[in-house]
Design a binder for this molecule. Structure first.
Ligand code: PGA
Length: 252
């Protein structure tokens, strides 16, 4: 982690959670002593649990969404628009999580469209990218993350990059317990940062947060965060445990 970039730590609860869990986790997370000006902590429950989570967690913790519609308001059953997020005071959403890409067939273009809509309305876009196992085994990691990034880059206005967080999440590491090694994470983050430097600018490359996701736990976070281009984490399973506080603290 470079001292010039403010660390970002997110909990992606996916389709999990109930009132009792929110209560337990809020008690634990509210106790972490961190300066919200020096670090972002973002919890993404389901949309249904947004208000309950917001009301239980302290104001230092941002509550975000896991996904947003690629359309505006209208006849789109089951969707939640950027307009609605903004109206309800939601500032941050994940976009293009691998489960959205794989299970719900979201394309690079869908991810790019969502990113553009989110940024146009002044919200923060946490854009998720990462390669499948077969792609890594075929030595295509750089090629895949480059393709995914190149779809998004043209949609980001020069002054909007400060509201973009890139989450590098190798699909083979998500929910598998098979975390990327610190060297593997660093190598991919460096590819992404070098691409930003080449395609956008040196200053955007220097300032954009690139966080790692995929089987991050309280026991592997300390080694990952030591890498110069790892600026925080997007955490699934381990963010549903009170010990997520250890992961938050590792980024301070
Ligand atoms: P995991 O999920 O931490 O459970 O591997 C990460 C993610 O999907 O964001």
């Amino acid at each position: 982690m470079a001292p010039t970039r403010r660390p970002w730590v997110g909990g992606n609860w996916k389709c999990n959670g109930d009132k009792a869990t929110i209560e337990t986790l809020a008690k634990a997370f509210n106790e972490v002593d961190f300066d919200p000006k020096a670090m972002d902590v973002v919890i993404c429950p389901t949309g249904l649990h947004y208000s309950e989570t917001r009301s239980k967690m302290n104001d230092k913790i941002t509550i975000g969404f896991q996904n947003v519609s690629k359309t505006g308001n209208g006849a789109f059953t089951g969707e939640t628009s950027v307009t609605m997020l903004k109206d309800m005071g939601v500032t941050t959403t994940l976009i293009g999580h691998s489960e959205r890409r794989t299970l719900y067939h979201e394309s690079d273009e869908d991810v790019a469209t969502k990113t553009e809509l989110v940024l146009k309305d002044g919200l923060i876009a946490v854009v998720c990218i990462g390669e499948q196992l077969a792609e890594r085994e075929a030595n295509k990691t750089a090629e895949v993350v480059t393709r995914q990034m190149k779809a998004v880059i043209p949609k980001v206005a020069a002054d909007a990059w400060s509201r973009v967080v890139i989450a590098y999440e190798p699909v083979w590491a998500i929910g598998t317990g098979k975390v990327a090694t610190p060297e593997q994470a660093q190598e991919a983050h460096k590819v992404i940062r070098d691409l930003l430097s080449k395609e956008v600018s040196g200053s955007v490359a220097e300032s954009t947060r690139i966080v790692y996701g995929g089987s991050v736990s309280d026991s592997n976070c300390a080694d990952l965060i030591k890498q110069p281009d790892v600026d925080g984490f997007l955490v699934g399973g381990a963010s549903l445990k009170p010990t997520f506080t250890t992961i938050i603290k590792s980024c301070q």
